[in-house]
Design a protein around this ligand. Sequence first.
Ligand code: HEM
Length: 402
Amino acid sequence: MTDPTAEPHYPMDRQCPYAPPREATAVREAGTVPRVTLWNGVRPWLFTRFDDARTVLSDPRFSADKSRPGYPLSSAVALAETAVEPTLLVMDNPQHDAVRRLVLGEFTVKRAERWRPAVRAVADDCIDRMLQGTEADLVADLALPVALTVICEFLGVPVEDRDLFRTLTHTMNVVAGSTESAATARQTLQDYLEDLVADHERHPQDGFIGRMAARHLPDGTMTRRQLAAMALLLLTAGHDTTANMISLGVLTLLRHPRSFAALNTAGENTRIAADTVEELLRHLSVVQRGIRRIAVEDVPVGDRLVRAGEGAIAAINVANRDPERFPSGEEFDPAARAHGHLAFGYGPHQCMGQSLARVELQEVYAAVARRIPTLRTAVPEEELRFKSDMAVYGLHALPVTW
Ligand code: HEM
C-alpha cells in the first residue's frame, strides 16, 4: 500500500521520451509546491510554475554553493564540482559577479556571430563524411564532433584531444557514476588545462585561453588554476548540452516534418531557423533534473516560504510548458515564437554560452535540413536509447539513414 503522506521522489520517471514526467506536470497543474525526496534523503521544495522558477533562479537569498550542508545535490557525483577548484556555477556574489565580469566580453552576441562560418564549415564537413555511407549515428558523427570542435576552437585547446574531453566529461556527468571516478576525471582535466594555460602564457596564442592568460595572469586578477577551472567549465558545459540539443532537436524535427521542411526552404530567412531553435530549446529543456539552490535566508517564492537552510528546485522543463506563460506549452510550434524560456536558466547564472549555442544549433539544423532532406531514423522508435540516466537529457545514439 502506498503511503499517502509520502513525499514524491525526485527526479520522477518519464512516461514519454518527449515530455517531462507526468507526475511533475501534475504538480504544476495542481498549483502545489511539494517537498520531494532526493537520492540522499534531502527534501527540497519543487517549483514547477514559470514565475516561481524565475524567483528561485534570481533571488539573491538563494545560493548555488553545492558545498553548503543540506544543498539539494542531484547526485553524489555532483559534489565533485566543488572538490577541485570552484567554477562560476557554484559561486555566489560578490565573487560570482567579479569572476563573470572578467570573461563576459568573450560571450557577446556579436562575437558569437563571428563563429557562424566556422560552425557551418564543421557541420558541412561532418555531413560530407556521413553522406559517403548510407547510414550514420547522428550523435557520434554529427552532434558530438560539431559541439566539441567548436568549443575546442573557441578555447584554443587541441581539437585532436576531443575524444579525451568527451570521455572525461561523460564520467563527470553520469548521475549514478562513482564519485571517485568523477573526481579523478575532473582532476585529470583540470591538470591538463593548467598545463595548457602555462603553455599559452609562454607562447601567446589566440583563442579564449590565450587572450585571458595575456589579460589576467600578469596582474594576478586570475591565477592559472582559476583560468583552468573556467576553461574546464566552458569545455564541459559548452559541448555536452549543445550536442544533446543537436541530436534530440533533429529527432524532434523528424517527428514534425513540416518544421523540418520549413528549415530547408527557409533560404536566407534566418528568422525561421532562430524561431525553430528557441522552440526546440523550450520544448526539450534538456537540463532535465531542475536547477538547484539552497536558501541562505527565509525567501518567499509565490505562496511558499522557503526557510534558510532549505533547498529549492526550479524544474525548468516543467516551467517551460506552463500555460500561464506559454499558452500552448505542451505543443511544439516554432511559429508560436516562444522566446523568454528558461532553457538557459535565468538570473545571475544564466548560461554564458547561449549566443554561441544558438549559432551552433541554427547552423546545424539548417545544414541537416538543406543537405539531407530525406533524413529518417534507421531503427524503430522503441529502440532509441534516451539519456534518462544523465544530468542532461538527449540520446546515447541516433541511427539515421536517408
Ligand atoms: C544548448 C546548449 C546549452 C544549454 C541548454 C545550456 C544550459 C545552461 C543552463 C540551464 C545554465 C544555468 C545553470 C544554473 O543556473 O545553475 C548554464 C550555465 C552556463 N553555461 Fe550553458 N548551456 C548550453 C550551452 C553552453 C555553451 C555552448 C557554453 C560555453 C561556450 C556554456 C557555458 C555555460 C556557463 C559558463 C555557465 C555558468 C554561468 C554562471 O554560473 O554564471 N553553455 N547553461
